[in-house]
Design a protein around this ligand. Structure first.
Ligand SMILES: C[S@@+](CC[C@H](N)C(=O)[O-])C[C@H]1O[C@@H](n2cnc3c(N)ncnc32)[C@H](O)[C@@H]1O
Length: 312
């Protein structure tokens, strides 16, 4: 019989650490905001036997189909919705849950999404310029690459990819238009580098930036984390795994703000904000993958896990 890892090519990252912080229990209610192939969800359900409940959300219909199959053995203990996590309040209302004991956000793309050439996430695989998590959305990478101005493209490459050659790449893109495929775009980026680049493929940052822009990932993340904190029961845990510094910065800042009693500017002598701390940060430094995990799953190399606990 095949193991879960053989059947589902996406290996959950930092799974042991997530369980150590969430500490799932039999009476617990858990929200997996980014269900993917359901690897983390499966572990949470197994650890909260026999009665722990899990609500799983994913904006990608394909992910939901895979997760449903994987998690069917838990029958009524698991409910799955094909929605963005910014719709979590609605989902909790449908479940009649007033709060949850643990929330997990495992950000970025899954291996299944990267491996599917027709999704357009990979510069190594010939495919259409798509990159949408949600295939009901009508804005694709193609539209951004072929219709946005040179300045707009340069700005997203700089802001979302931290790409030092943002201007040169944006110019090369505009000259080469129309660009229809992933490999065509990767070639254009390569041409802007004139052959001098490090081991990392120069298209890595461009693809990250375009994906973030197509899915508005950073705005959605900010909203999602803030909503997630509100849905936690007292003592509940929020755990976020991020894969690049832009995501990690957002998580770190929100956790920091929500762990303070006052968020007035430091130069203000008297507090006027009435802000009350709602979180206790449990990871002063983010947890990262062990050498052993990186060896088994190289995708874990850049993962950072931050966890906080709801107080009050
Ligand atoms: C890294 S994968 C999650 C893997 C999963 N934890 C597992 O163990 O298999 C990230 C998932 O988040 C999903 N996603 C991205 N943006 C989302 C959003 N706004 N709402 C819900 N899911 C989202 C993606 O479709 C993808 O399946």
């Amino acid at each position: 019989m095949k193991s879960a890892d053989q059947m589902y090519p996406h290996i959950p990252v930092l799974n042991r650490e997530v369980l150590a912080y969430l500490k799932p229990i039999r009476d617990g209610k858990y929200l997996d905001a980014t269900l993917g192939a359901g690897g983390h969800a499966e572990a949470i359900l197994a650890a909260s036997q026999p009665t722990g409940l899990l609500l799983g959300l994913d904006i990608d219909q394909n992910a939901v189909i895979i997760a449903e199959e994987r998690l069917q053995k838990f029958s009524s203990r698991v409910t799955i919705f094909n929605v963005s996590y910014i719709e979590m309040q609605d989902c909790l209302r449908k479940m009649d849950w007033s709060c949850v004991d643990g929330i997990l956000f495992d950000l970025g793309v899954s291996s299944m999404q990267v491996d599917a050439a027709d999704r357009g996430f990979s510069f190594n695989k010939e495919g259409p310029l798509d990159m949408r998590f949600n295939d009901h959305s009508d804005f694709r990478a193609y539209d951004l690459i072929n219709n946005w101005s040179e300045e707009e493209i340069s700005s997203i490459l700089w802001n979302y990819g931290e790409e030092p050659k943002a201007r040169a790449i944006a110019k090369a893109i505009c000259i080469a238009r129309p660009i229809k495929t992933t490999t065509q775009l990767a070639q254009v980026v390569l041409s802007a580098y004139h052959g001098s680049h490090s081991k990392i493929h120069p298209a890595t940052r461009t693809f990250q930036a375009v994906r973030i822009a197509v899915n508005q990932e950073l705005t959605v993340l900010e909203e999602g984390i803030s909503l997630g904190i509100k849905q936690l029961c007292a003592g509940g845990m929020i755990a976020v795994i991020s894969f690049h510094s832009l995501e990690d910065r957002i998580v770190k800042e929100i956790f920091k703000r929500e762990s303070k009693d006052c968020i007035c500017p430091p130069e203000q002598p008297v507090c006027t904000c009435d802000h009350k701390a709602s979180l206790k940060i449990l990871t002063k430094k983010p947890a990262t993958a062990s050498d052993e995990e990186i060896r088994i799953n190289p995708r874990s190399r850049s993962a950072k896990l931050r966890v906080a606990q709801k107080i009050g």
